[in-house]
Write a protein that binds this ligand. Structure first.
Ligand SMILES: Cc1ncc(COP(=O)(O)O)c(C=O)c1O
Length: 370
């Protein structure tokens, strides 16, 4: 059987939780969403977490409610998920792409600084593969020095920590994704974490079509009237999805340990392969999300094809945004060089030791076969 790159860790408990929501006949945003938000806030170390329908929605909502608007520029590392740039455009602003550091594949704060103009309003620091953005503190300092916002995209590092600090409180707002393959999935979902009470209120209204009070609260109070006080989007996280997320949180610790063990296993088994280098990063403080390696000598695509013929799907995270048709134009030599080497090996909870052995055997076979 083919081994995929990523695969959600869902099973009977998630199915039971969904069935209970269906039986309750309240499928939309309600008390389960609230419970999910409180549990998340405890885990990421912030006063508030506002759940939304996706990580991209979280970024859009955070940017708008922090005040990013038409005419602004937001500095974004090009080597990340295209949703980061789409969210900037949705907020009416322009993404300005910057380089990543080759070692960590996270934002190069010095390069970001060079791209600041009088129109810059925010910098987006993005975590990668489970490791918190190495220069998050430098980005926050840079933002403070130029009166800019530091938005943190923690989609890859939910459940990770940096220097003893949990992922949620490092920037002005932190955005998460709970899409199908993330370490915590809701099916689809996202969230914004913040310590700012007023920002949290604006986020709650924004994700509810600009209506300050949600349908669940109106029902509880027996009220039928509602009114949009501002512009907003239909970005609510339904109970149906929150129910899945709540089950996922119950097994967070053991699944984090599993991912750590898997990554340590890969590092041990492939550490001596000439021509391949696994992404470094502190496993003990992280919830690893991807198993990323760098392939030297321009052989990345050849390796992916070799694995495919062995029934193993490898991926690439990510195609730089400035190389995608909708955002083409910039030239970023470091990013393009990093991208050409990246490969993501199969990495998910249910990957068995035998599967890992199969992947390792195939990878070693490729590099032995000069
Ligand atoms: C770094 C990063 N940011 C944001 C997102 C957007 O999340 P979603 O897919 O839930 O919209 C993703 C999704 O893969 C991501 O990898």
């Amino acid at each position: 059987m083919a081994i995929p790159t990523l695969r959600p860790a869902v099973g009977a408990d998630e199915a039971d939780a969904v069935r209970r929501v269906l039986e309750s006949r309240w499928l939309g945003m309600g008390n389960l969403t609230q419970e999910f938000e409180s549990r998340l806030a405890g885990l990421v170390g912030t006063r508030h977490v506002v759940a939304v329908s996706s990580g991209t929605a979280a970024l859009h909502a955070a940017l708008v409610t922090l005040g990013v608007s038409a005419g602004d520029e937001v500095v974004v590392p090009s080597l990340t998920f295209v949703g980061c740039a789409q969210a900037v455009v949705a907020a009416g602003a322009t993404p300005v792409f910057c380089e990543v550091r080759p070692e960590s594949v996270t934002i190069d704060a010095e390069d970001a600084a060079r791209r600041i103009t009088p129109r810059t309003r925010a910098i987006l620091a993005v975590d990668y593969a489970g490791f918190i953005c190495e220069e998050i503190d430098a980005v926050v300092e840079l933002a403070r020095g130029h009166d800019l916002l530091a938005v943190h995209d923690g989609a890859h590092a939910f459940g990770s920590a940096s220097k003893g600090r949990p992922v949620g409180s490092l920037g002005d707002a932190t955005c998460f994704s709970f899409d199908p393959v993330k370490n915590v999935t809701c099916g689809e979902g996202g969230a914004v974490a913040t310590d700012d009470d007023e920002l949290a209120e604006r986020l709650r209204t924004f994700r509810n079509l600009g209506i300050p009070e949600g349908a669940w609260a109106r029902r509880a109070a027996g009220r039928w009237e509602y009114g949009a006080s501002e512009i907003g989007f239909r970005y609510m996280l339904p109970d149906l999805n929150a129910a899945i997320g709540l089950v996922q949180l119950d097994s967070l610790d053991e699944r984090r340990e599993r991912k750590r063990a898997l990554l340590r296993g890969y590092r041990q088994a492939l550490g001596d392969v000439q021509g391949l280098e696994l992404l470094p990063g502190d496993v003990d403080s992280s919830f690893p999300f991807l198993c990323v390696a760098r392939v030297e000598d321009g052989r990345r695509d050849e390796l992916i094809e070799w694995l495919r013929l062995d029934g193993i799907a490898a991926g690439v995270h990510f195609v730089p945004i400035h190389l995608q048709p909708a955002f083409a134009g910039a030239s970023l030599s470091v990013t393009e060089d990093v991208y050409a080497r990246l490969v993501s090996l199969p990495f998910y909870d249910e990957l068995t030791d035998a599967d890992v052995e199969r992947v390792v055997h195939s990878v070693r076979g490729f590099f032995a076969n000069e």
